[in-house]
Design a protein around this ligand. Structure first.
Ligand SMILES: *Cc1c(COP(=O)(O)O)cnc(C)c1O
Length: 395
């Protein structure tokens, strides 16, 4: 006997819950690849993505997951043998660097532990040491979904420039776009990449790249350009050229709907919703941590992301079994640890199409699980979350 019947709730950091409106927008027959309505959707989505990324630059939509956007960013502005610097604050930054290595780039890493954000001073010092200006690009992940860290992108770009360095700055916003502020132009970011299945509330399968002027200036000479990712080719006049082939029609109808939802709510409100609900999660977790079996992975509170919270769980309490209990017995899918944290952590995501009952329900289930599985914890975590929202949601 379980209490899991009914709708299953996802609190994994992608894919996230898809709104019914988006599902409905996609439930339709295929159309001609030159269909005027579809062509208009491409144009308006590319324009609205500029708003979402905070840029006047160009935006590209790829039929690919986030890894595709990583490859697109590298391929469009770099050449074989170029040096790049990865700010290695977590598993995703490291993986992007490994991809670059396979693309024949010379990958340098600014190593650090995965419990802290990137230190902008260390970035400045590392770039000052590159006196010959060999480093062509700096890669950084805004929210690393494994560790739960948020990096201060504005400060990192400022550090690159304070070093008098003109490397391109590429930012992975896959887990931060439409959950935390992303201000590409204000911050001086040259390329930002993102994906569909996190804050944008879509199925996996689309990814996005936004490119500023400096990125475009580097593009013509880039030796790694390939037919599929190439920005220039995607400026072709015919609609399929924007996708290097058949447009991902249904995902585009979904994208139009999700962008409408985000813009109608207002980006400020979207970000504030994530701020409030993530703070509620952190208050609950902080309470549970009091008994010593659980711990925040990210040590400094201000470095914890508003999109996902990574909680270390003493291995004696079997985090994988804990996840199974939440899903199989209670209908909530909690994220597990990945990479070095596999079998050692839980990840509670709070990104995308989330509201109070979703998050409070998930917290209630996690707390229920702590009781059911005899994991020592401070009591009343979910109550703390309720009180916080009660005091901070305008009545
Ligand atoms: C999910 C995620 C990715 C990978 O995206 P895929 O769509 O799985 O390729 C990359 N970076 C970050 C920060 C992510 O959260």
């Amino acid at each position: 006997m379980t209490i899991s019947n009914g709708r299953e709730f996802l609190v994994i950091p992608g894919p996230t819950t898809i709104p019914d409106e988006v599902l409905r927008a996609m439930h339709r027959p295929a159309v001609d690849i030159f269909d005027p309505e579809l062509v208009e959707i491409t144009d308006t989505c590319r324009a609205d993505l500029k708003t979402i990324f905070g840029t006047c630059g160009e935006t590209y939509i790829y039929a690919a997951n986030g890894h595709g956007a990583w490859e697109a960013a590298l391929a469009n502005v770099l050449s074989s043998g170029d040096e790049i610097l990865v700010l290695n604050s977590g598993r995703f930054a490291e993986a992007w660097g490994k991809m670059a290595d396979l693309m024949d780039l010379r990958v340098l890493s600014l190593p650090q532990d995965w419990r802290h954000a990137v230190d902008p001073e260390a970035v400045e010092a590392r770039l000052r040491a590159d006196t010959k200006g060999r480093i062509k690009a700096v890669l950084v992940v805004q929210v690393d979904t494994a560790s739960g860290v948020v990096n201060d992108i504005a400060a990192i770009v400022a550090a690159v420039r304070a070093a008098g360095h003109d490397a391109l700055v590429m930012v992975d916003t896959i887990a931060s776009l439409a959950t935390m502020p992303v201000e590409m132009d204000d911050w001086g970011v040259d390329i930002a990449v993102s994906g569909s299945q996190k804050g944008l509330m879509l199925p996996p399968g689309l990814s996005f790249v936004a490119a500023g002027e400096r990125a475009w200036a580097a593009h013509p000479a880039a030796g790694l350009r390939t037919r599929y990712w190439d920005w220039t080719a995607r400026h072709g006049e015919l609609h399929p050229e924007k996708y290097c082939g058949t447009p991902p029609e249904h995902l585009l109808y979904g994208l139009r709907c999700s962008l409408d939802m985000l813009l109608q709510e207002g980006l400020e409100n979207v970000i504030q919703r994530h701020r409030l609900l993530s703070e509620a999660v952190r208050l609950a977790v902080a309470t549970w941590c009091e008994a010593g079996a659980l711990e925040f992975n990210i040590i400094a509170p201000e470095q914890r992301a508003n999109s996902v919270t990574t909680v270390l769980m003493d291995e004696a309490y079997d985090p994988l079994g804990f996840r199974d209990f939440c899903r199989q017995c209670c209908g909530v899918v909690v994220g597990g640890g990945i990479g070095d944290l596999r079998g050692k952590a839980l990840r509670i995501a709070h990104m995308g199409h989330i509201n109070a009952p979703h998050i409070l329900g998930a917290l209630g289930v996690v707390e229920l699980g702590l009781i059911a599985r005899n994991v020592p914890h401070g009591t009343g975590g979910t109550q703390k979350a309720i009180e916080f929202l009660g005091q901070n949601v305008p009545a």
